[in-house]
Design a protein around this ligand. Structure first.
Ligand SMILES: [Zn+2]
Length: 388
């Protein structure tokens, strides 16, 4: 949606801004970003046509997104629609809410618009959409302390209509007003095919209207840059936020940050903004960086020691580990209570679920790393299980 004069940007290497350390669990999730998925999202997004706000293609894209989130496992009630009119036509923002374990009423918003103008918008903003879809897929079964809202806005190209509508009709209309920890906007991160796309611009709030939120935005943006270098092979460039869906939040006093391509496409808003003109590997790397950063911002659980509550569950053990044919559960004191044990793949697929069984047959599971979740009396603990 925008043009940026690089003279105002400062090349910045993320490790100079180091304020948090590498987290192997976050990296394990970030490394699950799939290049194949990214390519498929980009091509499907292109095939939906020119998604002008309020058009049939625009509304088809809404349904395409909704089906993707349902397929990832989000429930009907976790997916909400925020509709508004553009001229005589109706269009909608789509909002997917993942509830936090510790701060369920405070949100990390990760957003990127899905409407396009003139062209099918592979870069502007199929790239951001692909990153957010992959992020939502991977975080589905990763508990986070803060709630996360994945939002795809419409009406961006007509002047940030969807995000402005959401801020006034949802954020400010909620009682009490919605509490937002951070807004991370991802718009135009496709790079330029054939160029070396190895740097991502991280955008902080430098607006004076208001300026009260600028220093917190700077802190989060420094952390974002650090996460980029921790969880991807990209370099970072620090610049300022403008002309995209974070701005209505900025005006509302919220703390914002953003991602924008460093090599800026000459094809935005033209018929040449196509899959063949973006760099899908660059988008893959941005998805890895984003997946690391959002786990950091939302405080994802350490999978090895996830303990959502009671001390009692700390005594829960699963052995042997690594295991081959079976797992033996050593359960906490009160043995008369019902319990369940569910094994999921790192991609979030349930491969085994048993109730009140302490010996679990795993002889048919392919070798690999799994997560075993033990649940008793609304408490749960997840442990990493290696099957050999
Ligand atoms: Zn855009």
């Amino acid at each position: 949606m925008k043009m940026k004069n690089l003279l105002f940007s400062v090349l910045f290497l993320g490790f100079f801004a180091n304020s948090q350390t590498f987290n192997q669990d976050y990296a394990n999730v970030a490394n699950l970003v799939s290049q194949t998925n990214i390519n498929t999202y980009l091509q499907d997004f292109e095939a939906l046509g020119v998604k002008t706000t309020g058009s049939i293609a625009n509304n088809n894209a809404y349904n395409w997104l909704r089906n993707k989130y349902l397929f990832f496992g989000y429930s009907e009630t976790e997916i909400t629609k925020d509709s508004f009119n553009y001229g005589a036509q109706s269009t909608s923002n789509i909002i997917v809410t993942k509830t936090g374990t510790k701060y369920p009423n405070t949100y990390i918003i990760v957003c990127g618009h899905y409407d396009t103008i003139t062209g099918t918008g592979a870069n502007d903003n199929g790239s951001g959409i692909s990153v957010i879809l992959e992020l939502a897929r991977l975080l589905k079964n990763v508990p986070t302390e803060y709630s996360i809202k994945f939002i795809n806005f419409s009406g961006e190209e007509q002047g940030l209509l969807g995000s402005a509508h959401y801020v006034s009709n949802v954020v400010n209309a909620t009682s009490p007003k919605m509490s937002i920890r951070l807004v991370l906007n991802i718009d135009e991160v496709g790079g330029i095919k054939g160029q070396t796309n190895d740097t991502i611009t991280c955008e902080r709030d430098e607006s004076n209207n208001p300026s009260s939120n600028n220093s917190a935005s700077n802190t989060f943006t420094q952390q974002l840059m650090n996460c980029v270098t921790l969880y991807s092979n990209l370099k970072t460039n620090l610049s300022y936020a403008y002309a995209s869906d974070y701005m209505p939040f900025q005006s509302n006093g919220e703390i914002i940050t953003g991602l924008f391509e460093y090599n800026e496409t000459p094809y935005a808003h033209t018929v040449n903004d196509t899959y063949s003109n973006v760099d899908p590997v660059y988008i893959y790397n941005i998805a890895k960086a984003t997946t690391g950063a959002v786990q950091h911002f939302a405080i994802a659980s350490q999978m090895l020691s996830l303990d959502t509550a009671k001390e009692a569950l700390k005594n829960f053990k699963v052995s042997p580990n690594p295991a081959k044919d079976y797992l033996q559960l050593e359960i906490p004191s009160n043995k008369n209570q019902k319990f369940s044990f569910m094994i999921t793949s790192l991609e979030g697929k349930t491969v085994s679920k048993t109730e009140n069984q302490i010996r679990i047959d795993i002889s048919k599971l392919p070798k690999g790393v799994y997560l075993g979740t033990f649940k008793m009396d609304n408490q749960q603990i997840t442990k990493k299980i290696i099957v050999e």
